[in-house]
Ligand binder design. Sequence first.
Ligand code: DX5
Ligand code: ZN
Length: 218
Amino acid sequence: MLLAPSLLSANFANLAQDVETFNRSEADWLHLDVMDGVFVPNISFGFPVIEAIAPLCKKPLDVHLMTVQPERYTERVAALGAKVMSVHAEACNHLHRTLCQIREHGMLAGLVLNPHTPLDFAEDVLAEADIVMLMGVNPGFGGQRFIPRTLDRVRRLRRIINEQHASTLIEIDGGVNLETAPQLLSAGADILVAGSAVFGAEDPCEAAAKLKRVTSDK
Ligand code: DX5
Ligand code: ZN
């Protein structure tokens, strides 16, 4: 399992220190939540902030765009050296084209589905998606309660991926903690994003280590 702590729950008055903490931890990718106040009812941070912290980060960047028309930012995300760029199906008129463009820019293409979006939206673009990320909460804020129905969505998505013999990874974002992580792994998740459960903890390194030790509850 890969663990991607979300910087959204870090101390914005001292991001450099939290990135250093992440570097020292057992976590794998740094998850960056970009919100535009239009696609989601919140504004987080944008390119100037990410460009300032990217050189400090010693591990891959996992960029989650919660913006309308995310395809406008492909080049800028690639220029950051990001490993993953994820876009919402609900925000893309030409999803297939956008996923292809992300790959052409040398990144893994991530497709994100909101809790209400049918899994059908992923079915015909699985060959173009390196990752399908299912939201475990409605996007926009950290620290929200996990939507239990997500577990069934993970199981169904795993079945669809297996049926197509695709190598797409399943990532979960929102509501991941020590209680939900084992259930998500059992259901078939590969990558877990955790904001408040890592950066909101008293000792983020210890919290990351505990989450990395989580195994499927079956
Ligand atoms: C929510 C963001 C998440 C958020 C998760 O819109 O996409 O990445 O940081 O926060 P937690 O883990 O606290 O639910
Ligand atoms: Zn996110």
